[in-house]
Design a protein around this ligand. Structure first.
Ligand SMILES: [Fe+2]
Length: 328
């Protein structure tokens, strides 16, 4: 698989100071580079993950997709060119700005600027969050996921799946939605058919549920919650969505599931409704005229997705879990 993770995201904005404030005090990113027209933020051991640029129009963004090495980058460039996609080998000056060894750039069928890179630089100092959080879950699963709305769904899906090597996690036929993975993260990308093209949201995942709850309190106080706290049915993420100073959202989540890339088979979903919560999600995708999400079937539940060091076992037994195991 050529692309192996979402590596970085670049945003252009006219609200650069507002973005700095939002990124550090609400998301918990670390501001590492500040010029009059540009800010760079860390979320882990990488030199930068989110770059906010005040010089370009508001809609211009770039998505940094990571590949393993120079050989994979060349192979990807060749594959794209053979398919008729214009690929630009970017100069060393841009690699330096991105803190990577090398990169190429090209556009997806919806016109989004994509960059593929390898060899990210690591920071010499530990990550210091902008507010008190336990940290972001990144590593081999990348910085999170992005959800794009695309007018030509089939073209976008073919591009990401057939050219970039993304694999389908799950999908819906009506409306047309597809969740795709490139590593164990349930999805690094989702595509939603919508005439209003753009970035719907970026997910960042926290190590602690309490980080998300405290972020929810802060976002509610600032009146920035666009989608209420809830738990997704497909990736099990407990999350809420907040408005950024740009026209897209940040999903702030905890406890996303992993997929086994070697064995996972695409699943057709009958509903996008969450286990609970996420009020306002459909409106945020389709506009205020969209009807609310249908009430999900009762009785749906899934185990919490935890990692060592972040849970304590209770005494006793769980009848629900025992019954489920017995059924299987
Ligand atoms: Fe999401």
């Amino acid at each position: 698989m050529a692309v192996q993770a979402l590596g970085y995201l670049g945003i252009s904005t006219q609200n650069i100071d507002e973005w700095s404030d939002f990124a550090t005090r609400q998301i918990g990113l670390q501001l590492v580079d500040r010029t009059t027209s540009c800010r760079a933020f860390r979320m882990d051991d990488r030199r930068q993950r989110i770059i906010v640029d005040g010089e370009h129009p508001d809609f211009e963004r770039f998505f940094g997709w990571e590949v393993a090495d120079a050989e994979n980058l060349d192979a990807l460039a060749g594959k794209l060119e053979a398919a008729g996609v214009t690929v630009r080998r970017e100069p060393a000056s841009l690699s330096d700005q991105r803190f990577v060894r090398d990169l190429i750039s090209f556009r997806d069928p919806a016109g989004n600027r994509l960059e593929a890179f390898y060899g990210p630089s690591l920071a010499a100092t530990p990550f210091v969050p902008g507010r008190s959080i336990s940290g972001f879950r990144t590593g081999a699963e990348g910085m999170g996921h992005v959800v794009l709305t695309v007018a030509d769904f089939e073209a976008a899906l073919a591009f990401y799946r057939d050219l970039l090597g993304f694999q389908i996690s799950d999908y819906m036929r009506n409306p047309k939605i597809c969740f795709l993975h490139v590593n164990a993260r349930h999805h690094s990308l989702a595509l939603f058919e919508n005439p209003r093209q753009g970035l719907h949201h970026l997910l960042v995942e926290l190590y602690s549920l309490d980080d998300v709850g405290q972020g929810y309190d802060i976002a509610r106080a600032a009146d920035q919650v666009k989608v209420s706290l809830g738990r997704h049915y497909n990736d099990y993420m407990t999350s809420f969505y907040m408005q950024t100073p740009s026209n897209f959202l940040i999903e702030y989540g905890w406890g996303g599931r992993q997929v086994d890339v070697a064995t996972w088979r695409p699943i057709e979903m009958s509903t996008l409704a969450s286990f609970w919560g996420h009020e306002g999600l459909r409106q945020s995708i389709r506009g205020d005229e969209a009807p609310p999400m249908p009430v999900p079937p009762e009785g749906r539940r899934a185990p919490l997705q935890v990692m060592d060091g972040n849970y304590q076992r209770l005494s006793g037994v769980c009848p629900w879990w025992d019954a489920m195991v017995a059924r299987q």
